[in-house]
Write a protein that binds this ligand. Structure first.
Ligand code: ADP
Ligand code: TRP
Length: 321
């Protein structure tokens, strides 16, 4: 079974990225042949800053390794180190209806945010389909926000197979973690860089804990019972606490008599402890950036081997060979 996922190098990893993408990827590398890549071509659709791109790619590589990506199990590479993906994207684009792309939420959202509607942004899901289909991926772990892109990928795959033969490409399955499908941000909306409500996973203790103290709460007085359903603190705490500690905080909400400040401190401690082993590993990785380069180079070589096999098969099917 091949498991594949890509992550955009778009800044500091936050808790939403971690539980939506990194943690499932690290867990799944035990269960099959994992292909994980840094989606640098995709990042170019929303930011054109060469220095930032280089820095973000390096940072994501370091952080992914720190979070437990194991290069002896997973093939880890930069998307752009396998330029074959562009050829497959082109082939896919010739069977992909415009209507499939114009209905994509992510495209519409980005335009609404004021990002210029360039062709790359519009064609983003086609490149993503190429990422997935190029490696004959069976399972693709992603956050809920990527669900539609996976549907587009499957639609394109079906179309390609209908047009050129059933065994042209493998139909992938999305894996969406329902329990942490959408991690809430500090203001109670979905955690996202574009909302400025993120909690990074790496950084200095004081400022990070301070961010947790800024979580938006209602004005229920200390003595009164507090809403469990609407509690951003509880939603985040669930990600870090044992079942017993979580149940205790739910009780404390329902009983009243404890203020939000106390809940936030418990959350801050649980969060900080959770990432402790990863912080240690990150320090080691940062001390040896040559190792990171080597991992990515070996991953790219392995990925290209697979990519060229698929591409030969697809080229034959469509008549380019
Ligand atoms: P952002 O919304 O901050 O720009 P990205 O779109 O770069 O984050 O997402 C990177 C990865 O992290 C994707 O796989 C996405 O599904 C996942 N992800 C991002 N935010 C969340 C969230 N709040 N909950 C769950 N997964 C998320
Ligand atoms: N679009 C994904 C995101 O923003 C990143 C990505 C690119 C991806 N190609 C992929 C994820 C292929 C899974 C499979 O998070």
């Amino acid at each position: 079974m091949r498991i594949l996922t890509g992550l955009q190098p778009s800044g500091k990893l936050h808790v939403g990225n971690y539980f939506g993408a990194i943690e499932p990827a690290v867990r799944l590398q035990e269960l099959g042949e994992a292909f994980y890549f840094i989606a640098d071509y995709h990042a170019m659709t929303s930011s054109q800053d060469p220095a930032a791109l280089r820095e973000n790619v390096r940072e994501l590589a370091v952080d992914f390794l720190a979070c437990g990506l194991d290069p002896s199990r997973a093939v880890f590479f930069r998307q752009s180190a396998v330029p074959e993906v562009n050829e497959l994207a082109w082939i896919l684009s010739t069977v992909c209806p415009m209507s499939l792309l114009s209905k994509c939420h992510s495209y519409k959202d980005k335009i609404a945010q004021g990002i210029a509607p360039n062709h790359g942004l519009f064609a983003y899901p086609v490149l993503m389909a190429a990422d997935i289909l190029l490696y004959d991926s069976n399972q693709v772990p992603v956050g809920k926000d990527q669900k539609q892109h996976l549907e587009v990928t499957r639609d394109i795959a079906v179309k390609l197979n209908e047009t050129f033969g059933d065994d042209c490409v493998v139909l992938p399955e999305p894996i969406i973690r329902e329990d942490t499908a959408v991690v809430v941000g500090l203001d109670g909306r979905k955690m996202s860089k574009s909302y400025g409500n993120t909690l990074p996973i790496f950084g200095e203790e004081k400022p990070l804990k301070k961010l947790i103290m800024k979580i938006t709460t209602d004005s229920t007085p200390v003595e009164a019972p507090k809403s469990v359903e609407n509690s951003t603190i509880l939603a985040l705490y669930k990600l870090y606490a044992s079942a017993a500690d979580y149940a205790a905080m739910v009780d404390d909400h329902e009983r009243g008599g404890i203020g939000y400040g106390d809940f936030k401190r418990r959350l801050a401690d649980a969060y900080w402890d959770y990432y402790a082993p990863m912080r240690v590993r990150r320090k080691d990785v940062l001390a040896d950036l040559g190792y990171v380069e080597q991992v990515l180079a070996e991953g790219a070589a392995r990925a290209r081997e697979e990519a060229s096999k698929t591409l030969i098969r697809v080229r034959r099917a469509v008549g380019l060979l």
